[in-house]
Design a protein around this ligand. Sequence first.
Ligand code: SF4
Length: 547
Amino acid sequence: MDRDTLEVDVLYVGAGAATLTSAISLKRKLKAAGKEATILVLEKGEEVGHHQLSGAVMDLRALRELEPNFDALGFPHDGEVTDDELRFLTKGGSHALRGALLPKPFHNHGNRIVSLYRVVRWLKDLAEKEGVDVYAGFAADSRLEENGRVVGVRMKDMGVDKHGQPKSTFTPGMDVKAKVTVFGEGPRGSLAKKLIAERKLDSGKNPATYGTGFKEIWEVKQGIPGKVIHTAGFPLLEGGQYGGGWIYGLKENKVSIGFVVGLNYGDPRFDPHAAFSRWKTHPFLKAILEGGTLVRYGAKTLPYGGYFAMPKMWGDGFLIVGDSAGFLNSARLKGIHLAMKSGLLAADALYAAIQKEDYSDGTLAEYHRLFEASWAKEELYEVRNFHQCFEGSGFWTGSLRAGLIVLSGGKLLGARRGAHPDHTQIRRLRSGEDGQKASNAAAFDEKLTFDKLKGAYFSGTMHDEDQPAHLKVLDPNICATRCREEYGNPCQRFCPAYVYEWDDTSRQLRINASNCVHCKTCDIADPYQVIDWTVPEGTGGPKYVDM
Ligand code: SF4
């Protein structure tokens, strides 16, 4: 098959906060030194920003380093945080911690409330102004290697029907070759996952662990601009899962609400989306949302593992940045500033490599050295055991341990705590448990709460249905036999978009791949690890405008 080949100096896979920041910074450094290099950023979404989802209250530290004049350059935001609190929800009431009682990770005064979609669009414009090429609608399907060195990526073939046969529109995916390839595909990136596993980049590290999160934008009767509320407690205390929620006041009577659950929960009948829905029915949430309208819905995973779970982030011909490398502070529920910092550090390392014309493991290790000396390392190291505190312990014990870590700035409980891969934490069904029913089922009233299909609709998700399913179930027989009996096909519950559905007639699991919002939860949480999330044709997926 004839494939076109494009050659560039530096290739970024994924257009997010980390990669775009890195591309801008690198281009500026090269320009200042009178050097030229071709820099390309590839994005699988139809438009840059469509696959970006975050809370988001943004710490501005890395943004200031990238562009101190960000406000003068029209940095998009929904205002500064003027009021913040942590609210503990009981079944029918709530108690707030504010001011001096508010734990440090929840201090947000001075941070900006943003839409990551708009921030990333702004970064894309800056990058293009600097001369970086940014192409959307191109899904990187596999990595290219020569003599053990990463030399680029192959794009997904377009125009293949659902049986794998070429259609009249068939176009072979192009090969994009680069001196160095930077993977920034978000949490559990499909290429980064294989790269990490095949090269054992996680050897000696804690396993990567994740949370799965939901987000909705609402137009409400009475806005709360500038207010940031994080919640703990209801409805997770009943089942002992780890997680919590947020409510951020946006401009124009809009609020961003969200809810995150650690994927290390045990009950195979637990449904994270049902927990999110039940959370919205709490009187405190109801008072804010009632009478309002849902504007958008989305879901994504968050890399919770922290410092000890970060893989080796460099090698011959490649770097890994942002969520793909675990740049997230799970105590603060913040990752954008760390992702941007990883991009800045990568740019410094790439600049040094370009000067030496050497893209080997030894030269690119500069990225690691810079990280270890940076404030990003300091911040992540302080909470290095935070998430592990909640593994295998209830909310109260976990909170007590995590509180000691936060109060002591990471000095107490400092010895490395281990962790287990999330998919090993789910237990088998117990005798008498109905594996086809959620243990925390929610009712959907179409006013406050909506089923997953309605959610997928509000995510704007679209895929060409006549293409091979991008969710590869490596052994479908396991789904129909062992998984059904032992776990009740938990993918039906942990998927936020109703992709997996048990079909009683065929006695098989049906996969509605076109609903997929690319959150990667199934790839992480499937107890048998037979689900492999791969990229669909470019442009497919959610359209998270303004999320
Ligand atoms: Fe997320 Fe997997 Fe469901 Fe897609 S199929 S929405 S990646 S859980």
